[in-house]
Design a protein around this ligand. Structure first.
Ligand code: IPD
Ligand code: CA
Ligand code: CA
Length: 271
């Protein structure tokens, strides 16, 4: 066992995420950062990399030697799925929003032990919100307990989702989109998966589905689960990969609409 309790890990992760958030707001005020394109025309800025480096340093100071999977500095560590302790970091979730001056931007930090996600922090610097949770300790936004909505029918389900950067990968999602627009209340594409998931946790959205990368969802997944939302996958998770790290075909919803959303999306995929 490590020396840190879950509560101590959570407190440190919150302070690291909030320090990273201050770096992000300062960078926006100064507007001096450069934009680049990585694979698949995906945007990355100097700030994404600098924030990833700050978080890397802080985690190494507090948790020396623990494995890290992070979008800009260590994306390949996804292969380290069997590390006994693993930090999963998205330094800026919502990079396009960040670059455009929009406010749905977050730092996401998750921590897993033996394949189980146990700590999650999602801090949104421009919204002044910090979502946090640890296994068995509840879920909070700015220190206040949160819970998902009581939605119990598709007609009252406001759905969040996102689309991959690769245009060809978007086409297959149109059938799901059509089904959601036909049967649910409406849809939102806010541009930061970690915040979409926290919006399920606190009842602002009722369901979220998407295929993402591990760093987009692990922090929010812990928060949503601890808040009482139902978290799962539309299709079976390959045996070699921990369920809590597998980022494909996620479905996260208020408990009263999870089953109906699952049925709706799976039927759409069959069309
Ligand atoms: C993206 C956002 C977006 C989601 C994309 C992600 P990034 O993360 O979470 O909402 O639809 O799939 O890649 O690139 O801004 O860190
Ligand atoms: Ca992301
Ligand atoms: Ca990112």
């Amino acid at each position: 066992m490590s020396d840190h309790t879950l509560a101590a890990r959570l407190d440190l992760a919150i302070s690291i995420a909030e320090e990273a958030g201050r770096m992000i707001t300062k960078a926006r005020e100064e507007q001096g950062f450069a934009h680049h394109l990585k694979k698949d025309n995906e945007l990355v800025t100097d700030v994404d990399i600098a924030v990833d480096e700050l978080i890397r340093q802080r985690l190494e100071e507090h948790f020396p030697g623990e494995a890290r999977l992070s979008e800009e500095l260590a994306p390949e560590s996804a292969l380290q799925v069997d590390a006994p302790r693993l930090w999963v970091v998205d330094p800026i979730d919502g990079t396009v929003n960040f670059a455009q001056g929009l406010r749905h931007v977050a730092v996401s930090i998750g921590w897993m032990e033996n394949g189980v996600a146990k700590v999650g922090v999602v801090h949104a610097p421009f919204l002044a919100e910090t979502f946090s949770a640890a296994e068995g300790l509840g879920a909070f936004c700015n220190g206040q307990p949160i819970k998902p909505s009581n939605a119990d029918s598709l007609a009252h389900t406001l759905v969040g989702t996102g689309f991959p950067y690769r245009k060809e990968a978007r086409k297959v999602l149109l059938k799901r989109l059509e089904a959601v627009l036909d049967h649910c209340q409406d849809i939102r594409r806010n541009g930061a998966a970690a915040l979409d998931i926290c919006d399920i946790a606190c009842g602002r959205l009722d369901a979220y589905y998407e295929t993402v990368s591990p760093w987009d969802f692990v922090g929010g997944w812990v928060i949503a689960r601890e808040a009482g939302a139902r978290v799962g996958h539309l299709y079976e998770v390959p045996q070699a990969i921990p369920v809590d790290l597998y980022p494909e075909h996620l479905l996260i919803a208020a408990p009263g609409v999870y089953a109906a959303m699952e049925e709706l999306l799976l039927a759409a995929d069959q069309k």
